[in-house]
Design a protein around this ligand. Structure first.
Ligand code: NZQ
Ligand code: ZN
Length: 403
């Protein structure tokens, strides 16, 4: 939060509030990055729990490469496979039993955000005897048990999970999808291996969803506050980089340079750096996540579907920032236009970029129906860091417009 001070009773927001910053995740980036896995494995005990998703790593050969390194390092390996996109609490409970039986010393996540998130949730649940859903996702408590270290080998880009302490879990019975960003930095991966080549087998749909996830993470931290904050300048640069590289990757998904830049931007978009010293919004994620709990849709696409109705709704309350976004990120020429016209032109530019990438622009395309709306409204947490604290009626209105 930015610091608010009073001079002669005038309220002044001071650039950069007070904060601490620590990110302990060690990154290995590049097409040779898997070579460093053996060094990392040497730091942990014998029992490794290998966690992965529905099988993409078996098709593209990453599974064979990783298991060979584990075998050469003499590790005793147990596997948890089938971690689904939007991992569920039932799958988490299943993993707890496997991890306990194996006495895991290290959880090695090989996959996208779902696998990394799941592994972090597992790391704080294995040695906890109660119900992790209640403790971490309803009561938002921090762990008070031993945490098992997590390492990640990333295969899908977007969430930033490789360098943060977030872990999103879905409870389909309760129709809730909830993210807990843990305060305890021991929950951040101890190391993450980022090889852009691993992302080249992603289907275009997932690549585009990931790109929008990155962009929206930056927006969520940018559209808040009125102070002059270094984080916002970094955010603008990251947004320009991801727009630029996404256009190249959209035309040629095999472009290694563009995919590398997208991978690196994703990490910086959500490794807590650009949220330092400022307020943040996160309402697009709250709306998208709630829709995701009901539809099980791809995360980045749920964000794309709700973004423009939400941003057009809050634009009058954060006009100066939306106008700055239009000019600094999208190059909108301000001449002869009102501030509102400039701001709206920025969102129009953003909309045409989103369509160019082939993003899903409505919730109905993701399977949401009018009948689901009350549950989606009900599952939307209302946060107060953005330009407008929404009422429940406004949440319903925005979701209806997003259908
Ligand atoms: O399961 P497999 O077979 O591996 O297939 C996956 C999955 O179907 C596939 N995939 C991954 N790498 C691939 C590949 N297919 C071919 N080649 C590859 N190299 O892609 C699909 C999606 O994977 P997933 O991990 O679900 O995607 P993503 O990285 O977008 O993660 C989404 C989850 O992360 C949460 C989301 O809510 C969602 O649950 N988030 C986590 C955040 C965090 N930790 O800070 C923040 C985000 O805002 C987000 O909420
Ligand atoms: Zn996201």
């Amino acid at each position: 939060m930015p610091a608010v001070k009073y001079f002669n009773s005038e309220r002044v927001i001071i650039m950069l509030g007070n904060f601490s910053y620590c990110n302990p995740t060690k990154l290995y980036f590049g097409d040779d990055s898997l070579e460093f896995l053996k060094d990392e494995l040497g730091k942990y005990g014998k029992n490794v729990l290998l966690v992965y998703g529905g099988g993409s790593i078996k098709k593209n050969g990453i599974y064979d490469e990783v298991t060979e390194i584990l075998r050469s390092a003499g590790k005793s390996v147990e596997e948890i496979s089938g971690v689904m996109p939007n991992p569920t609490i039932n799958k988490l409970n299943e993993g707890v039993a496997v991890a306990r039986k194996h006495g895991a010393d290290l959880i090695l996540a090989v996959g996208g955000g779902s696998v990394c998130d799941y592994s972090k949730a597992l790391s704080v649940s294995v040695n906890y005897n109660g119900d992790p859903w209640q403790k971490y996702y309803i009561d938002f408590e921090e762990p008070d048990c031993e945490i098992i270290p997590v390492g990640c080998i990333l295969t899908m880009v977007g969430t930033g999970s490789e360098m943060n302490a977030g872990a999103v879990i879905t409870n389909p019975e309760q129709k809730l999808k909830i993210g807990h960003v843990f305060a305890d930095e021991r929950i951040m991966p101890r190391f993450s291996i980022l090889n852009p080549k691993y992302t080249l087998t992603l289907p275009h749909y997932q690549m585009a969803a990931g790109i929008y996830d990155i962009f929206n993470h930056i927006c969520e931290q940018y559209f808040s506050g009125e102070d002059d904050n270094t984080s916002d300048y970094i955010a603008e640069a990251l947004m320009k980089s991801v727009i630029h590289s996404s256009r190249i990757a959209n035309k040629n998904p095999q472009d290694y340079e563009a995919r590398s830049n997208i991978m690196w931007t994703a990490t910086w978009a959500l490794n807590t750096l650009i949220s330092r010293g400022k307020t943040t919004d996160w309402m697009v994620h709250m709306l998208g996540q709630s829709a995701g709990a009901l539809t099980d849709a791809t995360h980045g696409m749920t964000l794309a579907a709700v973004s423009l109705p939400y941003y057009r709704h809050i634009l009058p309350y954060g006009l100066a920032k939306f106008s700055r976004f239009a000019q600094n990120v999208w190059g909108v020429c301000p001449n002869g236009k009102t501030e509102k016209e400039i701001a709206l032109d920025g969102l129009a530019e953003m909309e045409s970029w989103m369509k160019e990438l082939g993003l899903v622009m409505s919730l109905s395309e993701l399977g949401a129906t009018e009948e689901m709306l009350p549950d989606i409204v009900n599952g939307t947490l209302i946060l107060d860091g953005g330009y407008k604290v929404l009422t429940t009626e406004e949440v319903a209105e925005i979701l209806k417009e997003s259908l």
